[in-house]
Ligand binder design. Sequence first.
Ligand code: AMP
Length: 272
Amino acid sequence: MRHESNGLLLKGKTIALVPTMGYLHDGHLALVRQGRELADVLVVSIFVNPTQFGPGEDLNDYPRDLNRDIELLAGQGVDFVFAPDAASMYERNSETFIDQRILPNHLCGVCRPAHFRGVLTVVTKLFNIVKPNTAVFGEKDFQQLAVIRRMVQDLNFDIKITSVPIVRESDGLAMSSRNVFLTSQQRVSAQCLYAALQKAKVRVAQGERNSQALIDELIDFIQSHLYTTIDYVSLCNVDTLESIDRIKGATLLALAVRVGTTRLIDNAVLTP
Ligand code: AMP
């Protein structure tokens, strides 16, 4: 991959990278279409990164279908699929990891303590291998996008980060490779994440400004759906991800809910 990238850069070509863990859906393909617009050459990486999974998480069960992914990408004008295996990405016992001090201490970082360290490390490795001018990430993983933007700024990566809005199923469920794990009954319950976001928008439009009152209402609503266990319902500052007490400016509503054993996340920016 590096050999290819060096050759392309020497010829003056620009490179866009779309990092994924594969088992692609229309959400990923929206990133791919965006990437296609941004550079001469489009690289999609497919790598289920072990260092971002904690003990007891679904690393081994994470859905994979490389042949299907490659077929999908071939229809999207992708120039390279970079799909390394874990042994070649982490050849030696790594000594070096990238971490952040504060942003990972909120939201998903609370339940998944080493997750963003794994994400930042693998994204750095992918950036150093693929050498993109630009990289595309989804707003579904809002905190991931925030930590990556911050890393790029802090460490002077010469890479433009572009984000793409959340792509949803027709009933509102955010597309995710993990949705395949939901049983048909759980799939119905899973609609409550998007419904909770919509409900919050209505409550804010009606004048609700008390963060805890809104969170309590959303927790009750989500818990009224079968199979749900809440990891967090959080209202926070869109830049720092710190919890807020009152909804004043644009505020991030972020949800993580397990439906059965499948952990789903979703978010929306609420504007009073
Ligand atoms: P993943 O394969 O789940 O690691 O996701 C790879 C990239 O696709 C990340 O930047 C995600 O934020 C993005 N992505 C995943 N699902 C969606 C979605 N439903 N809408 C928009 N972007 C998404």
